[in-house]
Design a protein. Structure first.
Length: 252
């Protein structure tokens, strides 16, 4: 009986204060809706960050001999005591690292990519075949270069979507065509899948990839390596892999 009386009193109060009741209900509805929207936005932002990290290589570790470099994504390892990186460092990592699944040397230079009368300022990055695995970077078409191209410093390259759009006419197939980078001819053997901008706002598709030996000898004329990219076996291995790499490089 008491419960019935309480309900009757409550209904009478609502009838007498319809506007106040409506505003109270509206406030509750808006509040709940705002919480749902915030959760949805939070989940969307989380997915966006995860997608950006994945596009750069979610388990990637970038190693440079100093910190005055453009960020590239993944974990960064600044080996300030190491003046230069060499192939001996790569071999040491391959032989000693237990938490690393892949490693690639890297060198790069800026220049003009030219196809017939069309040209575009871009970056050519010299890497090993494992670089695509480290970066989670598939090909849209064509094939990648192999170890034989690295050993022979072959003038072949993979081309990013931004470069394709700026030096080829719409509908043209770049695969099999010869372009020039700083006046040196390169045969396009593959087109990289589109990645878009990374978390730092850099256009990841504005790139040419070639064997690192080719870029070392024919573009830069340098014997050393500018950067090492490594991939931890999984996300849980990123921290021990970083510590392991630091120890290997400081002792090599």
């Amino acid at each position: 009986m008491k419960l019935f009386n309480l309900l009757r009193i409550a209904l009478r109060a609502l009838q007498r204060n319809k506007l106040r009741a409506f505003l109270t209900m509206l406030g509750i509805i808006i509040g709940v809706g705002a919480v749902i929207a915030m959760v949805a936005i939070g989940q969307g932002s989380k997915k966006s960050i995860q997608d950006q990290l994945s596009s750069m290589g979610s388990n990637m570790i970038t190693i440079r001999p100093n910190s005055n470099q453009t960020p590239g994504g993944g974990a960064r390892l600044d080996v300030s005591t190491v003046q230069t990186l060499t192939l001996d460092d790569i071999k040491a990592i391959q032989n000693q690292a237990q938490y690393v699944s892949a490693v690639s040397p890297a060198v790069q230079g800026r220049g003009q990519a030219i196809n017939a009368s069309m040209n575009w300022p871009t970056t050519m990055q010299g890497v090993s075949p494992d670089f695509l695995t480290i970066r989670n970077w598939p090909l849209k078409e064509g094939v990648s270069f192999g170890n034989e191209d690295v050993n022979g410093a072959t003038k072949v390259c993979l081309i990013g979507q931004t470069v394709v759009e700026n030096i080829f006419e719409p509908g043209d197939d770049p695969v099999g065509k010869t372009i020039r980078f700083n006046r040196i001819p390169f045969k396009v053997i593959g087109v990289l899948a589109e990645k878009g901008e990374n978390a730092f706002g850099q256009d990841q598709d504005d790139i040419l990839l070639a064997p690192y030996t080719t870029v070392q000898k024919r573009i830069l004329a340098i014997p050393y390596i500018q950067t090492i990219y490594a991939s931890a076996m999984n996300s849980e291995s990123s921290e021990p892999a970083t510590q392991e790499l630091s120890q290997i490089l400081r002792s090599s």
